[in-house]
Design a protein around this ligand. Sequence first.
Ligand SMILES: [Mn+2]
Length: 332
Amino acid sequence: MSLKDQLAKLEKILVNVNGEVTVTSHTNCDPDGAACSFLVAELIRKIGVPAKVCFPEGVSKVTKRTLDKVGINWEKECPVESNMFVLCDFSNPLLLQHLQNRLLQPESQLIIIDHHFPPGLLVEKAVLTFLENEPASTIIATKLLMERKAKISGPLASLAIAGILFDTKRLQYATIGTFQALSWLLSMNGDYKLAYDSISEEVVDRSEKIARLKGLLRSSVIDVCGYIVAYTEVSANEASVSRLLISAGADIAIAVGGKKELRASMRVSDELQRIGVDAGEIARIIAEKIGGEGGGHKGAAGINKATIEKGEKRLILSETLNYVSRKLCSKT
Ligand SMILES: [Mn+2]
C-alpha cells in the first residue's frame, strides 16, 4: 500500500472515532518515540479529530531535556474514555505495561507506527500499521505529514529533528528518507542546532567531574615503541576517566581505583585494536596474576578484586607495559 493509500485509510478510520485519540509511546520514552507521538497527534488533529499525547510510563532524561528545550509540555495521564490508540515506536505490549490491559481489550482499536523488526504482538490486533525500515519512527511520521502537505510549528519540527538525530546516532545510520524528512523539517523552521545540542549534551555529575580532573592531573604518560600508554589512579569513576584519557590521545588508558578493594578500567584506542591489542586479554592476564576477576572486550575491560595488596596497582601498569611491548615493539 502506498503512503497515500495508507493516509486515506487512516482518515477513514478516524472519521468513525468518538472522543479523543490517545497517542502514546513506550516506557522510558526516548526522543524518537516522543517526537513521533507529537507529530502523529498533530496529523490526527489536522484530519479533524482530537488527539492527546501521553506517556504513562514517563520519558527518559534526554527526552525530558529535549522537550524542555524546544518548549513542548508532556503529560503522563492518558484520556480515560478513549478506545482508539496510536502506538509510536513500539509494538510489543511489554513495553507499555501500564496500558497493556486497555490495549488488549476487544473494543480497543490500535494504529501502530514503528521501525523495529520483527514487529511485536500488538501488530496482529492493529487496524492499521505504518511499519517501515527507517532508522527512526519520527521519519515515518514526518513522511505522513509531508504527504498530506501539512504545516507544523517550529518547536514541533525541532523536536522531530532531535528524534531523528537520536535514533540515527547523529546521522550515522541515515537513509534517503532521513534527509528528505530533515529537509522538510528545516523548511518548517526546525532549529537544527537546538535539536542537536539537546540530544548531545552529556550530563556529568560533580563527583564524576572531579574524578576526571584528578585523573588527568595524576596521570603518567609512557611511550612504548611510539604508542602512548596513560596510567592514573582515582577513587571512583574509573571507566569515565579511562575513556577521557583515550579521547585525550592515549592509545591505552588504565584508571585504577578503589580503597579497600581494587578496581581498574582499561581502554584501548581503535587503532591499537586493529593491530591486535585486546583490553579484555590484558585484563584477564592481570586478574589471573593477582587473583581477581578480569575481562571485557577489545576496546574496554575491567579488573576487580575484593582486597588490595601493596604494589598491586603498579603491577597492573607493569603487566600492561609488558603486554604492550610484546605486541607492539616486536613488529618493527
Ligand atoms: Mn525509535
